[in-house]
Design a binder for this molecule. Sequence first.
Ligand code: TYM
Length: 351
Amino acid sequence: KPLVFSGVQPTGNLHLGNYLGAIRKFVALQDSNDCIYCVVDLHSITAQLVHDDLASQTRSITAAFLAAGIDPKKHIVFNQSRVMQHAELAWIFNCVARIGWMNRMTQFKDKAGKDRENASLGLLAYPSLMAADILVYRATHVPVGDDQKQHLELTRDIAQKFNNDFSARIAELGLGVEMQMGDETVNGFFPLTEPIIGGPAARVMSLRDGSKKMSKSDPSDLSRINLTDDADTLSKKIKKAKTDPEALPGEVDGLAGRPEADNLVGIYAGLADTTREAVLKEFGGQQFSVFKPALADLAVHKLAPVADEMRRLIADPGHIDAVLRDGGERAGAIAEETMHSVRDIIGLLQD
Ligand code: TYM
């Protein structure tokens, strides 16, 4: 049975990339799937250990989930650190995964920078915890932006190595499910999770530089649209967004070699829930002086209600905390069931 899992870090403001690349997909998937959405607070301490506002950031991401339309009664919304089985499984995965796998992660290389020896061990092991987040629920589908693709490939590698290394134990304990791997049918415990990446906004780029992704850590606030920007700020940022002097092309091919134009068209398509083709049908031949105000109006129209609802929810932290507590209890029950089996598979002594 399909089960959807995804996570968002509670660091910094949520931006349009997070919203279009991830959160909007979370909302769309909840109609026909069981979903678990997690605020991954333990991931936030890998890059920087001390935060003065981790709890309020956690509440604010939770508020964004709810404001965007995730239903915490039908689905599960919680913060990672409440369910200690994530950290427990991550430890086991640290012993499954190889150091070389972690060293190859582009996000690690980017975040660790030149002084790799001095990065936290947690930053290196980050993908192990991410694999544990997903596999402690044996989730089958993970909606994410394009930048998480490599981490999800690693999640599959970890699942596959665990299934393979313990195949005899898994079969002996009757804990496996039949899975097709290439031509072979194997008896695996962990599913090989499928990423859900795609649509016009799987990779939203910086408004100042079409070759860099929109990110929480960009020092320039003009580079991103924050979910909580007011209408004036939002319009100003779109007006100032970098573009080229040409009019918009009539066809998607005409966006090749024009990363900034491509990005703005992708953002419009993401917000309007349509395709780049459809946007260019409407705006092909128009100048940015026409397209940018239309984009700003659309962005305000789509984002302002979410931001308003977020502010309303944040004003009642008691409600948010109750959602996380309830979600944590439900998540914990599933996670413990998985861990009980994992301990048996490995041969750890337990009751
Ligand atoms: P995080 O918190 O950096 O980002 C949350 C989600 O937003 C997506 N995203 C983007 N999508 C499109 N364009 C962009 N410019 C952009 N920037 C960010 C991310 O791809 C992500 O889907 N490692 C994850 C959190 C995580 C997780 C997990 C995700 C931890 N455990 C298990 C899925 C499953 C991260 O740092 O996302």
